[in-house]
Ligand binder design. Sequence first.
Ligand code: HEM
Length: 420
Amino acid sequence: MATASSAAPAPTLPVFDGTSMRLSPKDPGFYTDPYPAYAAIHARGPAIFWEEYGHWCFAGHDLVNRSLRERRFGRQILHVASRQELGWPLPKPHLADFDRLEDVSLLELEPPAHTRLRTLVNRAFVSRQVERLKPDIEALAHSLIDGFERDRHAELLASYGEIIPVTIIARMLGVPMEMTPQLLDWSHRMVRMYMFLRDEDIERDANAAARQFTLYLEDLIAGRRRALGDDLISHMLTARSGDDGLTATELVSTTILLLNAGHEATVHQIGNAVATILSTGADPKTMFADDRSTALAVEECMRFDPPLHMFTRWVLEDCEPSPGVTLRKGDRIGLMLGAANHDPARFPDPGSFRPDRDDGMQLAFGGGLHFCIGAPLARLELQVALPILFERLPALALAEPPRWRDAYHFRGLERLNASW
Ligand code: HEM
């Protein structure tokens, strides 16, 4: 069995010092293949103080899983402490448009505000019955392959992996297809805010993208209000919990979150999965023989090489979640989803890609209150897009070793050149 990445630099391992480690997230030997470093971390214990981030990070599956559900940790802390108490500077004026959306983002809220918003969004989302999108996704996958099959080579991220999730979420929301390149541009510029080491240029650019995205959506939503349809924006406009509904800013923020979250992770999960299957020599015919084997294989692709490797939480109360890990209110912690998925205590021989593995509980979608709202859609897209690709192009092979992006949190390929 091969590991996830067959491309170049030798893996970089952490330098440990007691309960802390040094390991640059920008080191190509790490972000190209973080799994040897994860194995070294697991050998020492479930938690490690990561010097470059300046906070504790949890890698053990049990600890990450518990922490995702732990009410003493939150995505937000300003509901229990003031900026002054936390010693935080005032908000940056050049991030005003970005912050306006973040302040009401489902992903950034904690109960009771989170519960209220999630209930309203869920109402719109589940009423869409994700399963009924299956024929649409199948038709789209086939038509994309029809377009490049005769070329005998393609860059599969741009021509396949990206188009499927973007098209589907844009259709669900009722956003015109010709706008998708623009949406992608705004979305990529905003997502750069979550990268390790961001500078003021990145911040100003993300803010400009947030402002333009907001103006565009305000206009679209105003039109939709006049002529409701069967799309997600219309459902969110009319979603009610008692007398309560989404405010205008919440509607814009949630639409942007769904567009961003609705494609970014799925694109890279498709790419990572294709690279895994091709580089490990797994047999797609067996993997995708029927619905059950396909479902298991997709879970194993997500366990083996997920697209989102770390999410952070604020510590809302002093606590000691693991022996020797003393946390104070206002500290940050990192939850290493990618590492948890490779914990040998939870997944025997975690570096082996076994598509029929039935261990359950991989954590690529998170867990607890913020568990991915789009998980059923992402799973469906993967369960349709991967089998169709390998069935239509049985001689599919990597045309060059996969090259990974310099973006540790968002693990994905720069490009996926393949031939057949
Ligand atoms: C393979 C694809 C995907 C992966 C790996 C993924 C992963 C995640 C993870 C780990 C979280 C939780 C973050 C945290 O706990 O801090 C999350 C939340 C979320 N995801 Fe996904 N996601 C994927 C696809 C999608 C799709 C397709 C959509 C929408 C259509 C979506 C919408 C969301 C939203 C709205 C949240 C925030 C939920 C909340 O805070 O209550 N995701 N996702």
